[in-house]
Design a binder for this molecule. Structure first.
Ligand SMILES: Nc1ncnc2c1ncn2[C@@H]1O[C@H](COP(=O)(O)OS(=O)(=O)O)[C@@H](OP(=O)(O)O)[C@H]1O
Length: 379
């Protein structure tokens, strides 16, 4: 049954009914409600992150350097944008939605995937897997490396659906996804999901089977990397030490600073484990993603149920950047590196401050290792 192109006064109720009878709770059902509003349909210039949607090609290079000119130049395609959120107030939420025909989740999901491309085998699907974090731990590298797999289709920009745009509804989210065929899985990455309170519950409302990938890195290095990113935009920023500690000391860690809070992985993980079993998560070592990307990629492909396509053979260490870069095509000499926003120079931080931060994180790290059953060997 197609639902996207129904335009009638009963459209929202029909959708709510479908969602709820399919086993989705009110929250998820109402978040899904959208109306196709033709006034809103206007051409927009898409960024590289979406070019492949239109072309049906699987090449995405927004975040990689050394792109082929033909790929770079193809961002001036237009597409129709369907985004009008129905005013929920107009809907009687206690609508006659019970006693409707029961619809399986599979049917519901097929209803959510009905936007067809010119290639009728390709549709936009809600993600099968999400890289939920952690910020500054290597999430972009992982996504770009995974994208090389022919059975992976990934978003370009971070959709931020579950933390910033949830009220837009699941249909909005699905529209952000790339086109894929039935053999391909869809992945997105939004690192802030890991630390945002409501996200785990909302993700569960979308799907209880979605696979969750968490890239983690020594929280002290992560904090310095996070700071370096902010400092690159704000020249007047106080030194790292002045922000990480209370009262100009190097003894009392300022645990209210977001940059510090993000690194307390055990606390965030505890929240996620209330909603998803551990087996649904896969943890990637951010350090090993740099030192041995092939090994980490093999494990991720296995976790995602993919054949092992991306291996050590795809990586070339770029000495001047200090990072591995990827060969998408093993027969080609062309190598793609992440752009300059990754691998920024970190500021020098007082070693006493670093030691104090390591002491601060150590018990949380130990708890995290225990929770996830893996030791990351941070100092
Ligand atoms: N291959 C490769 N190339 C470049 N950079 C790499 C790579 N693998 C991992 N990394 C590390 O990724 C860090 C940025 O992490 P994220 O992509 O998660 O950052 S963000 O949250 O999306 O802003 C970034 O952190 P900084 O070095 O501190 O900038 C890198 O250390």
């Amino acid at each position: 049954m197609k639902i996207l192109h129904i335009e009638s006064a009963y459209y929202p109720l029909l959708l709510v009914s479908q969602c709820i009878s399919a086993g989705y709770n009110n929250d998820a059902a109402f978040s899904y409600i959208h109306k196709v509003n033709h006034d809103e349909i206007k051409p927009v210039y898409r960024d590289f992150g979406h070019v492949d949607d239109i072309l049906g090609s699987r090449i995405h290079n927004r975040n990689l350097q050394n792109v082929k000119p033909s790929e770079k130049d193809s961002n001036n395609y237009q597409h129709n944008k369907v985004t009008s959120l129905l005013k929920l107030n107009d809907i009687n939420r206690s609508a006659n939605v019970k006693n409707r025909r029961t619809e399986s989740k599979e049917e519901y999901h097929s209803n959510l995937t009905d936007t067809k491309s010119s290639d009728s085998h390709q549709t936009k699907k809600l993600p099968n897997a999400i890289i939920i974090g952690v910020k500054k731990c290597g999430t972009r590298a992982l996504l770009e490396f995974l994208r090389v797999h022919p059975d992976v289709r990934a978003t370009g920009p971070e959709p931020h659906f579950f933390d910033k745009h949830y009220e837009e509804g699941l249909e909005w989210y699905r529209q952000k996804m790339p086109l894929s065929n039935d053999a391909q899985i869809t992945i997105e990455k939004t690192p802030s999901y890991f630390v945002t309170k409501e996200v785990a519950r909302r993700v569960l409302n979308m799907s209880k089977d979605v696979k969750l990938i968490v890239v983690v890195r020594d929280p002290v290095t992560r904090a310095i990397s996070d700071y370096a990113q902010v400092a690159s935009k704000r020249k007047d920023l106080k030194p790292f030490e002045a922000m990480a500690f209370v009262d100009n000391s190097t003894t009392v860690v300022d645990t209210t600073w977001t940059v510090i809070k993000i690194g307390v992985y055990s606390k965030h993980m505890q929240k996620w484990l209330r909603y998803f079993p551990l087996g649904q998560f896969h943890f990637v070592s951010g350090e090993n993603l740099i030192a041995n990307p092939g090994e980490e990629l093999e494990k991720v492909q296995q976790f995602l149920g993919l054949s092992t396509v991306v291996t050590n053979k795809n990586f070339v260490f770029n000495g001047s950047r200090g990072f591995p870069c990827i060969k998408k095509n093993l027969k080609s000499k062309r190598v793609h590196c992440l752009d300059g926003t990754k691998g920024r120079k970190h500021p020098h931080v007082n070693p006493i401050a670093i030691k104090r931060l390591r002491d601060f994180y150590r018990p949380f790290n130990a708890k995290f290792y225990q929770m996830v059953g893996k030791d990351f060997h941070w100092l």
